[in-house]
Ligand binder design. Structure first.
Ligand code: N01
Length: 564
């Protein structure tokens, strides 16, 4: 097996590899191990210098996951028993150690080319294969292209006016330098208060001389209630790995967090107060699951939203700061909940202040700090925690072209269009792991990635057994799934709130909720039906001409957008 090749796709003997896997994060590690186990030849490409994916790059102070470690794991008996997490919510260094441990134990590292950017992929219909090119001059061919490049992996660029004039240092949470950053005695500004921002703000505050937080939108931020791992619980799961994995796949979120049992108004006032406190005490995303109807019924949602605001008022000493930190203009859960350790208490520190840039917008970055409409903030260091080009960013970066020179998002202008979030018509043999149209960012990424990769591996085995070399979704099946994704989300309060999960068509304000909101269990049930039917909706070894023209895709796109 060669790892460097200049072979042309139509060279005798077929492509160099069966599969090219893009990205060595938690999905890529599992993908390589599963494909190799299935006897396939695999070539992996990873931009980072080692395994880890987002956990390699997002090494900002305070970074940790908001899924409990019991479930943020591969459910392989040996791996589960040999590993030992320390905390209920592990830190980035611990997760990175875990992914390194898993990569070694699964022996996948040797299949990857690290520090290697994929610059493009070209589909060849004559040979049913892709050629992938890299910035290091490689040109490698494979039958299948599997994108485990993540949905939250292309950082948004801080394109603030004047940024190039800033004379201090500036960093992005999503591309944090390995050497770390010394904040001692520095005047630090953090722009962005999403999941990354709230974590890093709490961690930088005790290190910095002064910390100024620039908040555009207040978030509902829920204490994680982190602590030492419950060793007994971990051991119990270790003794029942397969059973627990089965339970996780049967759970809407892919992790065994508490689910709501009743609607808000099915409780008495006293019971409601109790259940709210109970969820707050559990911590983290449990606050999204207090009442069965909080995601769809505004009156129910108001109760949870106001409860969290009351907690913010209790936790923050200064009433004016508490008010700015309190989200008032959108329902809880309609933007992703942030999970924190001591975020609100950070604003009680003498060295921390808050600038409300919704009411006092940033005008520009200056050589010495940040100019807002009302004044100048002097700073030595700037930290941007401004998020990602979600869902389409990493795929666009990969520059995957079909024989017509089209890229997947050319036909997604009015919102992504996929079959199961895994494939898109017009791009044979291209698999998008945890893509739009799958539960994706709404669930535990370990569950989503492993389930997707198992589905893809089984599909490839099926193709091998039937001697097929090409697969893509039928356009009608893709339309029906895209419509189903839209239907499932049509009643969600979060559809009408600006956030990175909603694609908005600015011309007519139609909105598309990008992940599949029906839950992992429902998603898997549909996948199982499709497999049982002999892969209904997938077309093997046929060219789908109708899918390959922009016009037909544009028309179909118009028919599925929801809302107005
Ligand atoms: O990014 P975000 P993130 N001027 O997009 C602000 C996962 N994750 O990296 O809300 C000023 O959520 C923006 O303001 P606004 C998780 O899925 C998980 O924090 O647009 N501000 C917002 O405050 C998460 O959802 C973990 O008004 C600007 C912030 O920047 C996802 O990654 C940890 C701005 C961006 O928030 C993304 O989280 C970290 C501008 N021009 C991440 N542009 C855990 O597991 C943007 N903002 C715990």
């Amino acid at each position: 097996m060669t790892t460097e090749s200049t072979a042309t796709p139509d060279a005798e003997g077929g492509p160099d590899y069966d599969v090219i896997v893009v990205g060595a994060g938690l999905g890529g590690i599992y993908a390589v191990s599963r494909f190799v186990k299935d006897g396939l030849s695999v070539f992996g490409v990873e931009a980072g210098a080692d395994v880890g994916g987002v956990w390699y790059h997002n090494r900002y102070p305070g970074a940790r996951v908001d899924v409990e470690s019991y479930f943020y794991s591969y459910f392989d008996e040996d791996l589960y028993r040999e590993w030992q997490w320390n905390e209920r919510y592990p830190t980035q260094p611990e997760i990175l150690r875990y992914l390194n441990f898993a990569a070694d134990r699964l022996d996948v590292r040797r299949h990857f080319r690290f520090s290697t950017w994929m610059t493009g992929a070209q589909w060849h219909p004559q040979t049913n294969s892709y050629t992938v090119t890299t910035d290091t001059g490689l040109s490698v061919t494979a039958r299948y292209l599997v994108m485990t490049s993540g949905q939250l992996s292309k950082p948004r660029k801080p394109n603030f006016a004047g940024i190039d004039d800033f004379e201090g240092e500036w960093y992005q949470t999503s591309q944090w330098p390995e050497r770390g950053v010394d904040f001692a005695g520095q005047r630090v500004g953090v722009i962005g208060t999403g999941s990354s921002g709230v974590q890093t703000i709490s961690a930088i505050a005790p290190q910095a001389g002064e910390l100024v937080v620039f908040q555009r939108t207040a978030n509902y931020t829920i204490p994680a209630v982190n602590g030492a791992l419950d060793q007994q619980r971990y051991r119990q799961i270790a003794e029942a790995v397969d059973e627990t994995w089965g339970e996780m796949l049967a759970h809407p979120g892919g992790a065994l967090t508490p689910l709501p049992t009743r609607a808000a108004f099915d409780y008495t006032d006293t019971e409601r107060a109790e259940v709210l406190e109970k969820r707050w005490a559990y911590g983290g995303h449990a606050m999204n699951a207090v009442f069965t109807d909080q995601g769809t019924n505004m009156a129910s949602n108001d109760i949870v939203s106001e409860f969290v605001r009351s907690k913010i008022r209790q936790l923050v000493d200064d009433p004016e700061t508490a008010q700015i930190l309190s989200p008032v203009d959108y329902p809880i859960g309609s933007r992703r909940l942030c999970v924190c350790s001591g975020y609100y208490e950070t604003f009680n520190r003498e060295n921390v202040s808050l600038v409300d840039i919704k009411n006092d917008p940033i005008v520009r970055i200056t050589p010495t700090g940040v100019q807002t409409e009302s004044g100048h903030v002097d700073l030595d260091v700037l930290v941007f925690a401004i998020g990602f080009d979600a869902f389409t960013g990493a795929l666009d970066n990969a520059n995957v072209a079909n024989e017509h020179g089209s890229h997947p998002s050319d036909s997604w202008k009015r919102g992504p269009r996929t079959y199961l979030g895994l494939m898109t018509t017009g791009f044979p043999n291209l698999f998008i792991v945890t893509g739009p149209g799958s539960p994706s960012v709404l669930i535990n990424f370990f569950a989503g990635n492993v389930q997707h990769i198992d589905f893809v591996a089984d599909l490839i085995s099926y193709m091998t057994a039937h001697e097929y070399t090409r697969v893509e979704p039928d356009l009608r099946a893709q339309d029906a799934w895209t419509q189903h994704v839209a239907d499932v989300s049509s009643k969600l309060l979060r559809l009408n709130v600006e956030n990175y999960m909603v694609h908005v068509n600015r011309d007519d304000n139609t909105r598309v909720f990008m992940p599949y909101a029906g839950g992992l269990s429902a998603y898997i049930a549909r996948c199982d039906e499709i497999v049982a039917s002999g892969y209904e909706g997938f077309v093997f070894d046929e060219t789908i001409e109708s899918a390959l023209t922009g016009a037909s895709l544009g028309l179909q796109a118009d028919s599925v957008v929801v809302g107005s």
